[in-house]
Design a protein around this ligand. Structure first.
Ligand code: NAD
Length: 487
């Protein structure tokens, strides 16, 4: 085993965080972290057994049913969350380093984006200060009190690609609402949630409010199926999301599902290409295309397709592929051997089905180790081709031509997904009108932003529910109406 590049406390290697304590794992099952750069095992970490998952659920259940947390006033909870956010802030450098060390996110990318997670902690703390958890509405007999109550125990399940930032959408929102939580870490990046647990402990969150385990598919499914869990907030792939939706439906457990995407960027005929591509290119294959809202389908007017292809390919050619620890690197390796083979399989399918390769198409030259794939662009990718339909989750982008705006919208919507999309054009109100016609949860005009106060989420197979903003808080609340006899 070669050395892990980040120093870690012993608890992270040998314990889970349950009921306010670092609990040595009873099971001897461990998971190997393999560096995407060296292809060598760099660390081995614990995997929870079913009994440990149950222990975490029982702790969260007791903290919700009889503990102080859901019974506190919003300002009392906000005071805890403020300390929690500060403790997380103190660990941001570590979290960014872990993003690179565990899954190979380029260090410049990780250092820049980690602040989106920080903002989410601050946002929910502030939101809690002014949020109306109850209101009165007049009725014929008297009035009704409409009360928003915490949904209960929430299982928060994150994928490997942006684990801290994704937990940062869920973790402050659920306890802000008064819920108690179990963070279920992905096996590929198990450390982020343990850092969050350390921050929660330092902030003095009462025992059982926040619990952390790492578990594989079987024990994660047990968590989802547990009668002690009232809400599942899941981010990950469509197949797992569908399984969770089915399991939750059996007992009407609440769900928020943030799933995959196949998002289209529509370049309108009046778009200024150089400014549009400057904004768009980094979001077409961010983190080697392993980001859910990557704009992987570029739609260009037919009469400008050649010009778009040339300009985009030249922007992609300038992406520096290298070691993720190098600050010059734009693109590192993909996660692992499975992901590497999968992405190369999609590239092969693109060729076989008749799309025309403009750049890339194989292993990145110059690397004898590591899961490096060249930034790859196809054109003439017909809508029915596999590469135009399926989420590749790798550095592969298609360019498609369209005749008129109606066709652009039709192509953008010709997908089972509905997560994100973008429109570029000189007239921003016209671009806005086009954005309204795209069936996705998250659209951008002439550039991209990540904002903690704005809801994020998908339509169709990209999921249901929203995270971020008041909508994200409300996803952990239930509404109750109490009819009162007096005005
Ligand atoms: P995945 O579905 O394989 O795993 C996600 C999480 O679910 C992991 O923690 C995993 O251990 C757990 N899990 C696996 N089987 C489970 C089960 N039966 N029950 C409960 N949990 C289970 O996804 P992945 O490969 O880790 O992540 C990549 C996917 O995530 C892509 O499709 C990507 O688009 C999506 N994603 C979506 C968003 C979003 O906000 N919409 C953000 C990031 C990633």
């Amino acid at each position: 085993m070669s050395a892990f590049t980040v120093d870690l406390p012993d608890e992270f290697l040998n314990c889970f965080y349950i009921d306010g304590h670092w609990v040595p794992a009873a099971s001897a099952r461990r998971v190997s972290l393999v560096s995407p750069v060296s292809e060598e095992e760099v660390l081995s970490l614990l995997l929870a057994s079913g009994a440990e998952v149950e222990h975490a659920v029982a702790a969260a259940r007791a903290a919700f049913d009889t503990g102080p947390w859901p019974r506190m006033t919003a300002p009392e909870r906000a005071a805890y969350l403020r300390r929690f956010a500060d403790e997380v802030r103190g660990r941001l450098t570590l979290l960014a380093r872990l993003w690179t060390a565990q899954v190979g996110a380029p260090v410049r990318f990780a250092q820049g984006l980690i602040h989106a997670g920080e903002d989410r902690f601050d946002h929910f703390t502030e939101l809690l200060g002014g949020y109306a958890f109850g209101e009165r509405r007049p009725t014929r007999r008297g009035h009704a009190r409409v009360v928003r109550e915490p949904v209960g125990v929430a299982a928060l399940i994150a994928p490997w690609n942006a684990t801290f930032n994704i937990f940062a959408h869920k973790v402050p929102a659920a306890p802000a609402a008064g819920c108690t939580v179990i963070l279920k870490s992905p096996v590929e990046s198990p450390l982020d949630a343990l850092v969050i647990a350390e921050a929660a402990a330092a902030a003095g969150l009462p025992p059982g409010v926040l619990n952390v385990v790492t578990a594989g598919a079987r024990e994660s499914a047990e968590l989802v199926a547990s009668a002690g869990v009232d809400k599942i907030s899941f981010t990950g792939s469509v197949p797992t999301g569908l399984r969770i939706a089915e399991a939750a439906a059996r007992r009407m457990a609440r769900t928020t599902l943030e799933l995959g995407g196949k998002s289209a960027a529509i370049l309108l005929d009046d778009a200024d290409l150089s400014t549009a591509l400057c904004a768009l290119t980094p979001f077409t294959m961010p983190f080697s295309g392993q980001i859910c809202f990557a704009q992987t389908r570029i739609l260009a007017p037919l009469h400008r397709t050649a010009e778009v292809e040339e300009a985009y390919v030249s922007a992609v050619r300038r992406l520096w592929v290298g070691d993720p620890w190098d600050t010059a690197t734009d693109m590192g390796p993909v996660l692992d051997a499975r992901q590497y083979d999968r992405v190369l399989g999609y590239i092969e399918a693109g060729r076989a089905e008749g799309a025309r390769l403009l750049i890339g198409g194989g292993r990145s030259p110059g690397f004898d180790r590591g899961y490096y794939i060249e930034p790859t662009v196809f054109t003439q990718a017909a809508p029915e081709m596999t590469i135009a339909r399926e989420e590749i989750f790798g550095p592969v982008v298609t360019v498609q031509g369209y005749r008129d705006v109606d066709e652009a919208v039709r192509l953008a919507n010709d997908t089972d997904f509905g997560l994100s999309g973008s429109v570029f054009g000189a007239d921003v109100e016209r671009a806005f009108e086009v954005a309204l016609r795209v069936k996705a949860g998250h659209l951008a005009v002439n550039g991209f932003e990540i904002s903690a106060g704005v809801p994020f989420g998908g339509r169709k197979l990209s999921g249901q529910g929203r995270e971020g903003g008041p909508e994200g808080l409300e996803s952990f609340l239930e509404t109750k109406a109490v009819f009162m006899p007096t005005p």
